[in-house]
Structure formats: C-alpha cells, structure tokens
Design a protein. Structure first.
Lengths: 113, 115
C-alpha cells in the first residue's frame, strides 16, 4: 500500500538533546512538508521541499532543520535551540504542480522534559 | 498573506442532526480549497476539495461543501451526523499563486456528537 510513514509514533527526549523525526513516502510524490500542531493553533508549516536537495523555510523554522537527500525521505531534526519542542508533528506530501492535495502521515508526538 | 478563519472552535450536535462548519478565507483570487478531518492522535484525511467548476462539491463520508465567492466562504455540511463524525475539522487554502503548493490552515473546529 502506498502512503506516508512517520516513526516513531511517540518520542520522548530530555531538554537539550537534538532529535530526528522520520518521514518516508512511497507515493512517488515530489513535494514534502513538515507541520507542527499545537492545541487550538491549527497546523503551522515548518519546512517544505519541492525537489531533492532543495528545501525552504516555512513560518516557524527556527530551531528546526531538514534534509532531502532522497525523493522519498524528508527527516526533521528538532534542535536544542527550539524553545518549546513538545508538540504533534505531521509530515505531508503531494505531487508537483497545481491541483493536487496533500497527503498526511499519522504524526509523531514529541515530548521534551 | 493568505489567511483562513474557522470562527467556531467547538461545536456540539446531537446524532442525526444537521451540521454546518464555517470557513472564511482571505485571498486575492479564487484559491484551491480543502476540508480535512483529524481523529485524535491521527493524521489528517481529506474530506473534499474545490478547484473550479460546480460550487457545491461532494466528499467522502456524506460531507459536502459550498464555495461562495461573494462571501469568501467554503462551509462544510452534513445532513445527518453520526457519532463517528466526532473529530477535528480543518479548512485549508492552497497558495495557488505559486508552484510551491503550500497550504494555509484554519485553527480547526472540534466536533462533539451527543448520542
């Protein structure tokens, strides 16, 4: 089955540690996105990538980093510089061009204490 | 910048009652419009989308939405709500003005269904 995989489902880290969230898709989609979700805030865009080896900052990129070395993979690193990293993180992908919706993964809940 | 407003944070309806969730957007042209649904702790599932043409669009799970250009609205409706419809609903607008394909989301409406 085609889809988007995010692992792990739950992640716990100590403050001051970097942590990498995995996102893999086998839909052959060109574009990939990372969102952060907090209660009552909707989804806020962290980073997005249209093609391999290229990505752009979204609205809340500070304290995060990404890479896009392969078309199917778009890992997100939450660095120690992110002041409030505890949140639900969603990865999405879509085909290039217009008129295509985004498909979402199941999400990773990160808790930093 | 584009913005999406969902004025109702939380709506409660009885099972079998009709439902309307409101969505207004701020955009210079006719955008691409989407409604997504999210169950607790899960990802988002597309309910329906509007790109052009007929302003009343049908989606999955018996949902429909109507695009009204004059009101910059894209409200979601369902004639008879089921208990399984309890979830959070997000309206989203596509940045049609660029090829980047990013979405702008509303803050969501939490739907509670009474038995």
């Amino acid at each position: 089955d085609g889809g988007i995989t995010q692992s792990p489902k739950y992640l716990f880290r100590k403050e001051g540690q970097n942590v990498t969230l995995s996102c893999e898709q086998n839909l052959n989609h060109d574009a990939m996105y990372w969102y952060r979700q907090d209660p009552g805030q909707g989804l806020r865009l962290i980073y997005y990538s249209q093609i391999v080896n290229d990505f752009q900052k979204g609205d809340i990129a500070e304290g995060y980093s990404v890479s896009r070395e392969k078309k199917e993979s778009f890992p997100l690193t939450v660095t120690s510089a992110q002041k409030n990293p505890t949140a639900f993180y969603l990865c999405a992908s879509r085909l290039a061009g217009s008129s295509y919706e985004q498909y979402f993964g199941p999400g990773t809940r990160l808790t930093v204490t | 910048a584009q913005s999406v407003t969902q004025p109702d944070i939380h709506i409660t309806v009885s099972e079998g009652a009709s439902l309307e969730l409101r969505c207004n957007y701020s955009y210079g042209a006719t955008p691409y419009l989407f409604w997504y649904v999210q169950s607790p702790g899960q990802g988002l599932q597309l309910l329906l989308k509007y790109f052009s043409g007929d302003t009343l669009v049908q989606g999955i799970k018996g949902f429909e939405a109507e695009f009204k250009r004059s009101q910059s609205s894209f409200n979601l409706r369902k004639p008879s709500v089921h208990w399984s419809d309890a979830a959070e609903y997000f309206c989203a607008v596509d940045d049609r003005g660029s090829t980047l394909g990013r979405l702008y989301f509303g803050r969501g409406t939490q739907l509670t269904v009474w038995p």
